[in-house]
Design a protein around this ligand. Sequence first.
Ligand SMILES: NC(=O)c1ccc[n+]([C@@H]2O[C@H](COP(=O)([O-])OP(=O)(O)OC[C@H]3O[C@@H](n4cnc5c(N)ncnc54)[C@H](OP(=O)(O)O)[C@@H]3O)[C@@H](O)[C@H]2O)c1
Length: 294
Amino acid sequence: MARWTAADVPDQSGRIAVVTGANAGLGLETARVLAARGATVVLACRDTAKAEAIPGACVVELDLASLASIRAAAETIRSTCPRLDLLINNAGVMNVPFQHTEDGFELTFGTNHLGHFAFTGLLLEQLLRTAGSRVVTVTSNAHRRGRLDVDQEYDAGAAYDRSKLANLLFAYELQHRLEAVGGTTASLAAHPGNARTDLWRTSSRLERVLIGRALRPVNFWLAQDARRGALPQLRAATDKSARGGECYGPDGWFQYAGSPVKVRTSPSSYDREAAKRLWTLSEQLTEVSYPVTA
Ligand SMILES: NC(=O)c1ccc[n+]([C@@H]2O[C@H](COP(=O)([O-])OP(=O)(O)OC[C@H]3O[C@@H](n4cnc5c(N)ncnc54)[C@H](OP(=O)(O)O)[C@@H]3O)[C@@H](O)[C@H]2O)c1
């Protein structure tokens, strides 16, 4: 079968897409492609000054480390967008020192999971009203190392792994709940493999060299540029054959790089009981309750 590329993104005219973290890396690439295919794209960014002018796009301020900011951004989108076809939960932080969000959550879990949980919940009614809408949550191969139940001294890597497992548990659980209410909104997941973006700026020098541009002739199996890294989330968002509950990632060795295909994720990412516990906890912590139940 032919490799899926950005040229396979169907016409998006008349559709509205919200992309979180769209001022850099994979979010920017995703927003660019969707806009080029005719979508109206809302760039939901913390640093709005950094958001590039993309034709057909507008910028909404969103700090996922602040529930007040999330509520304000969702309210702006609800009141200005007549429909919502795509929500791409892309923004993320990795390898950050121990810090708290404005509401007192550990920063990585708070930003990557709880922030997107709250944002999606606040936009869900609008998504449910839009036929064929999709939520795509961006995870990582790192989810395979993730443990929800660790209670030890802060470790930045483990915090990231946990947040990326939470992304998947959330994406799959949301799909179960959407199926229970019927309707046409779907929840999918995607991961980029290893993509050369600023996310790696806090990683070790060795890791940065290994995935870096200088080694491109030999590390093509280990990492890819941001343009290719964005393809799994673009495919999950727009491929007509993609279905709720699926995850898309690169088809290469260990899913590090390659063309976007449907992939299996770790056994623990399909743990429905863990997903339900995480959901309940996320609703309690964010005080956002969903109009769909288990
Ligand atoms: N690159 C990879 O190899 C890789 C691998 C696996 C998974 N991923 C996932 O891919 C997604 C995108 O990452 P990337 O590689 O494109 O990284 P990136 O270039 O560092 O971009 C991250 C984006 O997230 C935004 N962000 C961070 N904290 C935020 C907050 N509190 N509120 C709103 N936005 C915030 C950043 O905005 P600012 O400009 O304001 O910081 C930036 O736009 C992440 O979910 C990441 O976990 C990436």
